[in-house]
Design a protein around this ligand. Structure first.
Ligand code: NAD
Length: 499
């Protein structure tokens, strides 16, 4: 067990600045209007730094820097860009513990996750796209004796990226790594709730990129996000966030006829077929672990398995074991590596989850465990902690249909295969899903029938860089990760040449 010292304490690995500016053109630049906002750590509920509050003027300055940098960056070879991306990965890896602590302090998530998942995955994503861009080939084809087609990949130019607060560094990486690999310059807006860890990251890695290739403008959605997403000087907008905001982003993009990538909300079903009981104990335990994934990252995951569908014949036994498993999720100081569940990322999110705990009860869902705020006392008394909660009810309830984005799972039962698929697909969303069955036929047919971009079979919550990720229905448009991501950040040029 390791308990990391809180930033600012003696022996702390991380010392945040008391004030962060925007990062524009390779320099720290104060906001044009001179305004700042407080950044709070969810661990204690106390402010720990102030952040430049961006407006349209700051976005224009960042776009000036990006446009100045884009042509030269776009002309670098894939090999040169790969070297830089690999250096970024190495630098993050060298500072992994410090970055993990910074992420935990800014977001509230348990440091065991930032150490073992978020930051190592960020390293791997930079390395993956460093390799991917070198492996990408254009093509030449002979059309006829006097006509040859050349197929080129060109960067789009300057792109905008807007991210949420649940995986600040990983979401930034998912967007930056392919965009940079493809030769674009970027203006990125972090979420207003969690900008500090990304700014801390750029203190560490900023010197590895030519000035202006990545620019970060902080601030709120309406003040800084909208002027970026609606700006005619960007050639693409990539967005991760709520479905309602995604609709607005598409409207802005339509004015400028630019492509969007939208990674939006989810209400992912996790389906347990009755053969999970017929298996050995190890498989039953594995399925229980899969169920408990609803509380990973405090449930603040777009693909959180927030609906559990359990076959009737095993439901009571399964849920009794699930309650036991859930009550063994350790909660406490997020900087303690023994803590499995930390704090919700913001007071707003904390209040939203609490309201859904009330909604669930009011609409008659049974609380199997949890259902309350978790009072950790002492210095954490004002932090944003919630008990992991299992509701039992039916799929028409709001707690089954609306994204809570907290450690809350809504469990229900199904009769047979068709019933399971019917319930699973009875949602606006289509991002993730889980299927638990060792019957290959059942697992395969369920995996194909569920309307979701990512289906985990006999596992949950793996995010390798080379597996395409994205949503069906209201969960979004486009994919992230995988080689295909390069296409989202490139123009294709076809040159038809006669000699
Ligand atoms: P949000 O939509 O409120 O905010 C996301 C970002 O958009 C923030 O940076 C915000 O400042 C900005 N924004 C808000 N209004 C804007 C506007 N009008 N114009 C431009 N930018 C604007 O979402 P959130 O509450 O921060 O994030 C949680 C949501 O993100 C959940 O719905 C979750 O499912 C989703 N999410 C999806 C994925 C995925 O990959 N599909 C991953 C993580 C989170």
């Amino acid at each position: 067990m390791v308990v990391y010292a809180a930033p600012g304490q003696p022996d702390a690995l991380v010392s945040f600045q008391s004030r962060y500016e925007h990062y524009i053109g390779g320099a720290w630049v104060p906001p044009v209007q001179g305004r700042y906002f407080e950044n709070v750590t969810p661990v204690t509920g106390k402010p720990f730094c102030e952040i430049a509050r961006g407006t349209a003027e700051d976005i224009e300055a960042a776009l000036d820097a990006a446009h100045a940098a884009a042509p030269a960056w776009g002309r670098t070879s894939p090999a040169e860009r790969a070297v830089i991306l690999n250096r970024i990965a190495d630098r993050i890896e060298e500072n992994l513990e410090a970055i993990a602590v910074a992420e935990t302090w800014d977001n509230g998530k348990a440091v065991r996750e930032t150490l073992n998942a978020d930051i190592p995955l960020a390293v791997d994503h930079f390395r993956y796209f460093a390799g991917a861009i070198r492996a990408q080939e254009g093509g030449i084809s002979q059309i006829d004796e006097d006509l040859v087609a050349y197929h080129f990949h060109e960067p789009l130019g300057v792109v905008g990226q807007i991210i949420p607060w649940n995986f600040p560094i990983l979401m930034a990486t998912w967007k930056l790594a392919p965009a940079l690999a493809a030769g674009n310059a970027v203006v990125l807006k972090p979420a207003e709730q969690t900008p500090a860890s990304i700014l801390f990251l750029f203190e560490l890695i900023g010197d590895l990129l030519p000035p202006g290739v990545v620019n970060i403008v902080n601030g709120f959605g309406a003040e800084a996000g909208k002027p970026l997403a609606s700006n005619p000087r960007i050639r693409k907008i990539a967005f991760t966030g709520e479905t309602t905001t995604g609709r607005l982003i598409m409207q802005y993009a339509s004015e400028n006829i630019i492509p969007v990538t939208l990674e939006l909300g989810g209400k992912s079903p996790n389906i347990f077929f009755e053969d999970v009981r017929a298996r050995d104990d190890a498989y039953w335990d594995k399925a229980q672990e899969g169920f408990a994934m609803f509380a990973l990252n405090q449930g603040e995951v777009c693909t959180c398995p927030s609906r559990a569908l359990i076959q009737e014949s095993i439901a009571d036994d399964f849920l009794a074991a699930a309650v036991d498993r859930t009550e063994r999720i350790t909660r406490g100081n997020p900087l303690d590596t023994d803590t499995m569940m930390g704090a919700q990322a913001s007071n707003d999110q904390f209040e939203k989850i609490k309201s859904y705990l009330d909604i669930g009860r009011q609409e008659g869902a049974q609380v199997l465990t949890g259902g309350e705020v978790a009072d950790l006392g002492g210095e954490y008394a004002d932090g944003f902690y919630i008990q992991p909660t299992i509701f039992r009810g039916d799929n028409s309830m709001r707690v089954f249909q609306e994204e809570i984005f907290g450690p809350v799972v809504a469990a229900t039962t199904f009769r047979d295969f068709d019933d399971a698929i019917g319930i699973a697909n009875d949602t606006l969303y289509g991002l993730g899903a889980g299927v638990w069955s060792r019957d290959g036929n059942t697992a395969y047919r369920a995996g194909r029938a569920i309307q979701a971009g990512r289906v985990w079979v006999n596992n949950y919550h793996a995010y390798p860089a080379h597996a395409a990720f994205g949503g069906y229905k209201s969960s979004g448009i486009g994919r992230e990760n995988h080689l295909m991501m390069l296409d989202h950040y490139q123009q294709t040029k076809n040159l038809l040449v006669s000699y």
